[in-house]
Design a protein around this ligand. Structure first.
Ligand SMILES: *Cc1c(COP(=O)(O)O)cnc(C)c1O
Length: 223
């Protein structure tokens, strides 16, 4: 608990500085805990600090084992269409949406439960084949496809960046930020730009991220 508070204090200061550098408001940056392979007790104690917005899980099986209704969870991992039904009513946001058949399944399951599913479009900034996500250049055309589905509400973008030099990362984050702004101009309710992890969250915040997904620096301290 003490360790979490110390880590969070350091992270919060860095967020403030980075946001200021980029001309953004640090207090509007949310921290999402990336909780894969972490125990539920640890997750609860981290969330009890009140400084972490929610927990993000990557694998359906693991998530269901940890799920409890009083914790806010997002889904941030690769999602198989046939598993949407297990998580649809248990998550705040599905951040990892990158395919049309996934959209239709989310829509179908949301309708079944009588809910509107909030989603983010996942962008693969480095266009790495092993990672999910669409090309940033396709953001608006994918967003248009989302509009067909009555039970889905688009809330923004989740970006996964490559491991790259600062120059390359800046370009990736800048491109994603511009795509996010163009979504905001085109649609209502666009308020999440989920971008930045332990390695690169300061740069992401400087480039306009308002949600950083942190695993290692939260649970283990600065790298
Ligand atoms: C694991 C994970 C993170 C956090 O990674 P760290 O390097 O531990 O901060 C963020 N986003 C996604 C999608 C992840 O799978």
């Amino acid at each position: 608990m003490q360790a979490f508070s110390d880590n969070l204090n350091i992270i919060t200061k860095k967020i403030e500085q980075a946001a200021k550098k980029g001309g953004f408001d640090g207090s509007s940056v949310r921290i999402l805990a990336a909780t894969k392979s972490r125990q539920i007790e640890q997750i609860c104690s981290l969330l009890s600090t009140g400084k972490v917005d929610a927990a993000g899980e990557n694998r359906v099986q693991e998530f269901l084992g940890k799920y409890q209704p009083d914790i806010t969870f997002d889904f941030i991992g690769r999602l198989q269409t046939n598993k949407v039904k297990y998580i649809i009513d248990k998550v705040r946001l599905i951040q990892s949406v990158d395919r049309e058949n996934l959209l239709s399944e989310i829509d179908k399951q949301a309708a079944k439960h009588g809910i509107i599913a909030d989603i983010l479009i996942q962008i693969n900034s480095g266009l790495e084949e092993a990672k999910g996500g669409i090309d940033v250049a396709d953001t608006l055309s994918f967003a248009e496809k989302v509009q067909k589905f009555a039970n889905i509400r688009l809330r923004g973008i989740m970006a996964v960046a490559p491991i790259a030099s600062e120059v390359t990362l800046r370009k990736c984050f800048g491109d994603v930020y511009r795509a996010y702004r163009s979504l905001q101009k085109a649609y209502a309710n666009i308020d999440y730009l989920s971008m930045g992890m332990s390695e690169d969250y300061e740069l992401a915040v400087e480039c306009g991220s308002n949600m950083i997904r942190l695993g290692r620096v939260l649970f283990e301290g600065e790298l």
